[in-house]
Every structure is written in structure tokens, then in C-alpha cells.
Design a protein around this ligand. Structure first.
Ligand code: PLP
Length: 427
């Protein structure tokens, strides 16, 4: 133990903070073992899909130009489709981020006169301009796609009566966001999402359902595509990229929906036939291979944080004991000073840019100043340990990621150390 105390002390974590963390960990053994079981199951799922599709060195070859007959790209899409149990998948470095993947999925499957319904309240910030909730050139609204929303009931449950009333002859696509994003509602389990899908399809059988799966992949043994979603969509610089994918997004779903997405992403008539892989295939395959265990490490970090901060009187969402359906942890710190201290700790634990000090700044597109801590190998990657939050009550910091559990642990211990140093907590 002496050796560990010294190692942590060299990294700026005092023996008191280290000991406090070890005590919390003793209570978490069983919980961590359950997470390892989920990772084991999902690891098997990914390996089986890779074996079935005969992944070989030839799949890792780079292609350029049009990318016709790109073996690696086409095969990776079959691997994704098999893991998500869908007919088809579109997995591309040409999909620049999660918002882009969601935009492709929506704009490919909604036509002028159609209506989009969100039965789970306001969608993620960046989608609001995509839909036209906030005006933007090229929004769906500008193209004649209307939007309707049904808010969650107090307590975060589905308003089934409101949803029934909102579905009409124009309703073409229902969008369900799995993770809470920056909202305060709970994240939905895949089972809950399945119930919601069954409900909307019982009212309108031909309605399409898309699930924004960001931050949810591999947290459970099933995905929304296992419970009736027509499309599941996400970012490769989050969970499924396993930290290695340097860019990209995915859309897994029915052949018909995915074909339309491919025509929208490239061009009508071209679809999935074009799109060179630019030499990124090894990262995309290997990242997907690592994703189940990377996600498990990040989830352990989130649970560890809740179990350090909650006993100190800080509200944690999710709380220290409840079940988890994504890798995001919110901690309400109560002051700007505490947010700065917390983020300094996360930054100070990073393998990259640890010397930088995160400070609140006036980020474009946000009403309040925002603070962000990230020391990532891939810029903006939030499967790597990162924390951010708007400087406004209740001064909540949202944090996620950690490519390894050990790094997530260090980051959280360092955050607590900064809080102690600033006189904000007493252990
Ligand atoms: C991150 C995220 C997005 C957008 O992804 P970007 O890669 O940041 O564009 C959309 N929805 C949810 C729930 C997210 O967490």
C-alpha cells in the first residue's frame, strides 16, 4: 500500500484523499463485477461479429478517391450490423460527428410535409438547430418538416396520453434520445425505450423510430435496435470508437432506412458504393473491438465519482446506487469556484495537456460561460476522460469517459484533491 500512496502522492493525490477513495471502492466491488460481466458479454458479441465476417489484414488496407469496392469499409459495416442486430449499417469517417449522423438519419427519412415527434422532451442542444426549434439555415423546418414534442412527466416518465394525442397522420418519424445529455431527466434503459417504441407502433404501426444512442452503446447487453428501433445512431468519438477512432459516426438499422441515409450522405444513386476509408480502418475496427471494456472502465469511473461526492453532500445524477444506462455523471457542486477546482483536477490527471488550466469562457452558442476540462489524444473525444458544464446554478459539472478505469480513478481523485486544496470539502 505504501507503494501506492507514494505513487499517488507523486501525482498530487494526498494519502487522505487516496484512503477516502479506497474506502469507497470497497463498497463497489460487487457492482464493478456486474459491469465486468456486461463487458464480457459485449466483448463476445463484437468478436463473434468479427469472426463471422472474416475480418482479416486485407480489411485494414487504406483506400482513396471514390473508394469503390472498399472491402474494409463494407465489412466493418457488416460487423456493426451484426453487433446491433440490424439489416444494415452505415459507418463512415465522412460522418463528421454525432450531430451529423443524426442529421443524416433524420433528413434522409423525413420529406416535406412529414412531422417529426420527440416524445421525450427537448432533444440535445445541437439538434435543436437541425430540427429548426432554433432557427438555422437548412434546418428540417426550412425544408417543410414540422416538429412536435411531448415533454416527460414530472419524475421523468413518459406521458403516454400526451404521446397518443400528438401522433397524427403526418407523424413519420419518432426520435428518442437515450442519454439525458445536459438535461436533468434520467437516462432511459433499453427496456424503457422498448416500451415506448411498442407504444408508438401500436398507435401507428408504420411510424419510423430513431434512437439517439450517444453514450449508451455497450452499457447494457442489448441495444435499442434489439427492442424495435428502426435506426440507432451515434458518434465514433464516443463509446463505439473505443478511443481509437479519430472521427466518424454510425447509423445501424433497416435496409430501407440505411439506404436512404447513404443516399443522403453521398448522393442519390451512389449511396454506400462510394466513400474511401482514408486508411482509418485499423482504428475503427480495433476501437470497436476495445469499446466494450473501455465503456466498462468509463462507467466504473462515473460510479466511483458518485460514491466519492454524494457522501460529501453533493447531489449526484445518477446517484451513488441507482442503475446506469449511459456513461455520463453529473455532480452538482454549488459554486463556480468548485467547478473550476473539479475541472482542474480532471485536467491535471490527463496524459495530454495536463499543464493547462481550464477556465470558464464565453463559448459561442451558449448563454452562460462554460468550463471544459479535456486532455485527449483525439480532440473533443468524450470517451476520453473529460468534464464540462455551464457556469450557472446548480453549478453542475458533467463528466464522462476514461479510456481505462485506472485513469478515470486518478482523474476523480485529483478532482477531489483540488476541492480539498481550495477548502471546499473536508474529508
Ligand atoms: C454528444 C451527443 C450528440 C452529438 O454528438 P456530437 O458528436 O457532439 O455532434 C447528440 N446527442 C447526444 C445525446 C449526445 O450526447
Amino acid at each position: 500500500m505504501e507503494q501506492f500512496t507514494q505513487m499517488y502522492a507523486a501525482l498530487g493525490v494526498s494519502p487522505a484523499v487516496y484512503e477516502y477513495g479506497e474506502k469507497a471502492l470497497e463498497r463497489l466491488r460487487e457492482r464493478f463485477a456486474e459491469i465486468d460481466k456486461i463487458a464480457e458479454y459485449n466483448q463476445g458479441k463484437v468478436i463473434a461479429a468479427m469472426q463471422k465476417n472474416r475480418v482479416s489484414a486485407a480489411c485494414f488496407a487504406g483506400t482513396t478517391g471514390y473508394g469503390y469496392d472498399d472491402l474494409g469499409r463494407d465489412n466493418l459495416e457488416r460487423v456493426y450490423a451484426d453487433v446491433f442486430h440490424t439489416e444494415a449499417a452505415l459507418v463512415r469517417p465522412q460522418i463528421t460527428c454525432g450531430t451529423h449522423a443524426l442529421t443524416v438519419a433524420l433528413s434522409a427519412n423525413l420529406l416535406p410535409g412529414d412531422e417529426l415527434l420527440s416524445p421525450v422532451g427537448l432533444p440535445y442542444d445541437t439538434l435543436q438547430e437541425v430540427i429548426g426549434i432554433r432557427e438555422s439555415p437548412c434546418s428540417l423546418k426550412e425544408y417543410g418538416v414540422s416538429y412536435r414534442q411531448v415533454d416527460l412527466l414530472p419524475g421523468g416518465t413518459f406521458d403516454f396520453d400526451g404521446i397518443r394525442a400528438a401522433i397524427n397522420e403526418k407523424t413519420k418519424l419518432v426520435t428518442i434520445q437515450r442519454s439525458k445529455g445536459y438535461a436533468t431527466r434520467p437516462t432511459f434503459s433499453v427496456t424503457q425505450i422498448g416500451e415506448l417504441i411498442a407504444f408508438v407502433k401500436s398507435i401507428k404501426p408504420d411510424v419510423l423510430v430513431m434512437v439517439d444512442n450517444c453514450y449508451g452503446e455497450f452499457v447494457e447487453t442489448i441495444e435499442p435496435s434489439d427492442v424495435g428501433a428502426d435506426m440507432v445512431v451515434g458518434s465514433l468519438i464516443k463509446n463505439p470508437g473505443g478511443g481509437l477512432a479519430p472521427i466518424g459516426g454510425y447509423i445501424c438499422g433497416t435496409r430501407e432506412c440505411v439506404n436512404r441515409c447513404a443516399y443522403r450522405l453521398t448522393a442519390p444513386g451512389l449511396g454506400q458504393e462510394v466513400g474511401a476509408n482514408l486508411g482509418l480502418m485499423t482504428s475503427l475496427y480495433q476501437g470497436f473491438f476495445l469499446a466494450p471494456t473501455v465503456v466498462a472502465g468509463a462507467e466504473k469511473g462515473a460510479i466511483f465519482a458518485a460514491n466519492l461526492y454524494e457522501p460529501l453532500g453533493f447531489k449526484c445524477v445518477p446517484n451513488a446506487t441507482e442503475s446506469r444506462h449511459d456513461i455520463i455523471q453529473a455532480v452538482e457542486l454549488g459554486s463556480e469556484k468548485a467547478m473550476i477546482a473539479f475541472c482542474a483536477g480532471i485536467q491535471g490527471a490527463a496524459p495530454v495537456d495536463a499543464f493547462a488550466t481550464p477556465l470558464p469562457w464565453d463559448m459561442p452558442g451558449y448563454n452562460d460561460n462554460v468550463i471544459m476540462a479535456a486532455g485527449a489524444f483525439i480532440q473533443g473525444s468524450s470517451i476520453e476522460l473529460s468534464a464540462d458544464g455551464p457556469i450557472r446554478p446548480p453549478y453542475a459539472v458533467y463528466f464522462q469517459g476514461g479510456l481505462t478505469w485506472c485513469h478515470a480513478k486518478l482523474g476523480i481523485l485529483k478532482s477531489l484533491q483540488e476541492m480539498v486544496n481550495a477548502g471546499l470539502v473536508d474529508l
